[in-house]
Design a protein around this ligand. Structure first.
Ligand code: BGC
Length: 454
């Protein structure tokens, strides 16, 4: 049985029906404000047009390179589109050293071009002409398919000299500086766009793409008439366009203050991008572990966990060591654990604190804390998804999803569905689908569709 005091501790994370409805209304309003030219500058859900106007048909063919920057890893991929909704992907992961994440931007792009050159060499493609799709998962104002101006860094990146610049051009210049491969950057896209495209490749009803990984964001298909910021020449021929919501920034106008907790405020205050990306800080993998860490510190202080142990102050100092000690993946592992053995939970507790055999009660308390933090994240994500699903003009809408939190948390999908059931309009038929390598396959598809359009 859970202690009533533990429930009380976690109460601020439990969203009431009223709060869910209220966040939903505020979110929908921000989306509408983001789309409108007159309110766009003040809106915090920016709704950037992506210039991707065609969804894949499934018969795309050809070889494409793709780059994926924006999560924990940087990847280079070779994607072969084979028609018949089929594709194969060959990829290589490269580390982005911490100092490059916050160093001069030119160094970051030189590193990327260097990895790309190694990859091309390894695959014996140095002389081939290769079109490249660049999945760059940060907020960008797109001026066309190949031009993306970085608005701000997120997720722990902070390289000087890139904000306000065209990242497509920076990549092109870095490739030129090396001069050892014939690669053309033909498209810049967000990972959410890649997710949507890769799911639409499999299922033609996909209209929303969502990432809940290191960061959190979504895109969706909107009618061109509603997208004021889309260049007029792009409105003439096509009915719709993918809009990158950049919902991570939701709440920066105070819209979420009525549900943010003291822990959310602390996460924000200690972050590299203070007062920014407030919705992301309640939903994304980069922050969820830290939220649990802060709640655990409070639980220790109030003697709500490890009550029997005299080593509580020592445990607290472990948690105070740094913001990453309680990794987000632990949340998934703990919620996936079986009762009453709690084998994974006990292992995590042992590794963290050196405590041999945590009691069943302690394991339950830890699990409840994780559950409340994850459930709130899933509920908030589902509020956003519902807002976007309800905006699309299709009756049947598939939501393409990706990201480590969604993928590995055992209940995230189920938590999301509970909220979607409450908020999605009754006349809609919806479902969620797991994306297969959106950042690779999706990037190749955007590049392919772009070449087709030409
Ligand atoms: C970025 C988005 C991205 C999301 C998921 C956020 O921090 O602003 O552009 O889609 O992370 O990677």
């Amino acid at each position: 049985m859970l202690d009533a005091e533990v429930r009380e501790l976690m109460q601020p994370f439990v969203l009431s029906d009223y709060q869910v409805q209220e966040v939903y209304s505020r979110f929908c309003l921000e989306v509408a404000r983001g789309l409108k030219r007159s309110t766009h500058p003040q809106a915090n859900v920016k709704c950037f047009p992506t210039y991707v106007q065609d969804l894949p048909t499934g018969d795309e063919m050809g070889k494409y390179l793709a780059l994926d920057l924006g999560g924990t890893n940087f990847r280079v991929l070779l994607v072969s589109l084979k028609g018949h909704h089929d594709a194969t992907v060959d990829s290589q992961i490269y580390a982005v050293p911490k100092d490059l994440m916050v160093g001069p931007g030119v160094d970051l792009f030189d590193h990327i071009a260097g990895c790309l050159a190694k990859f091309v060499e390894k695959h014996d493609m140095k002389t081939a002409y290769l079109p490249l799709g660049f999945t760059f998962s940060f907020p960008c104002v797109q001026l066309g398919l190949k031009e993306g101006i970085l608005v701000r860094w997120t997720k722990g990146f902070d390289c000087a000299g890139v904000e306000g610049e065209d990242v497509g051009r920076m990549l092109h210049e870095a490739i030129q500086r090396r001069g050892d491969a014939d690669i053309a950057v033909v498209a810049i896209l967000n990972d959410t766009t890649g997710t949507l495209m890769s799911c639409a490749h499999r299922n033609a009803d996909c209209r929303v793409g969502v990432i809940v990984g290191t960061g959190c964001n979504a895109c969706y298909v909107e009618d061109v008439e509603n997208v004021d910021l889309l260049r007029a020449d792009f409105k003439k021929t096509k009915r719709s366009v993918i809009v990158n919501a950049e919902w991570g920034a939701f709440g920066e106008g105070g819209q979420l203050d009525f549900v943010r907790t003291e822990y959310d405020r602390e996460v924000d205050e200690k972050s590299l991008n203070r007062s920014e990306q407030l919705f992301e800080k309640m939903t994304a993998g980069m922050y969820l572990g830290n939220l649990v860490r802060l709640v655990l510190l409070r639980a220790l202080e109030r003697k709500l966990i490890f009550k029997q142990s005299s080593r509580r102050p020592e445990f607290a100092s472990v948690l105070q060591r740094n913001e990453e000690v309680f990794e987000t993946r632990y949340i998934s592992e703990i919620e996936d654990d079986s009762f009453p053995e709690f084998a994974s939970t006990r292992k995590i507790v042992k590794n963290l604190f050196g405590l041999e055999k945590a009691s069943v009660e302690d394991c339950q308390t830890l699990r409840y804390i994780c559950e409340c933090v994850a459930k709130r994240a899933a509920t908030l994500v589902a509020i956003g998804v519902s807002g976007l699903v309800n905006r699309t003009s299709n009756r049947r809408v598939i939501v393409g999803m990706d990201g480590s939190v969604y993928r590995y948390h055992p209940e995230f999908d189920a938590y999301m569905r509970q909220t979607l059931q409450k908020l999605v309009k009754e006349d809609k038929e919806w479902d969620i689908m797991l994306s297969e390598d959106g950042s690779g396959r999706g990037a190749a598809l955007v590049a392919a569709v772009a070449s087709k359009t030409k």
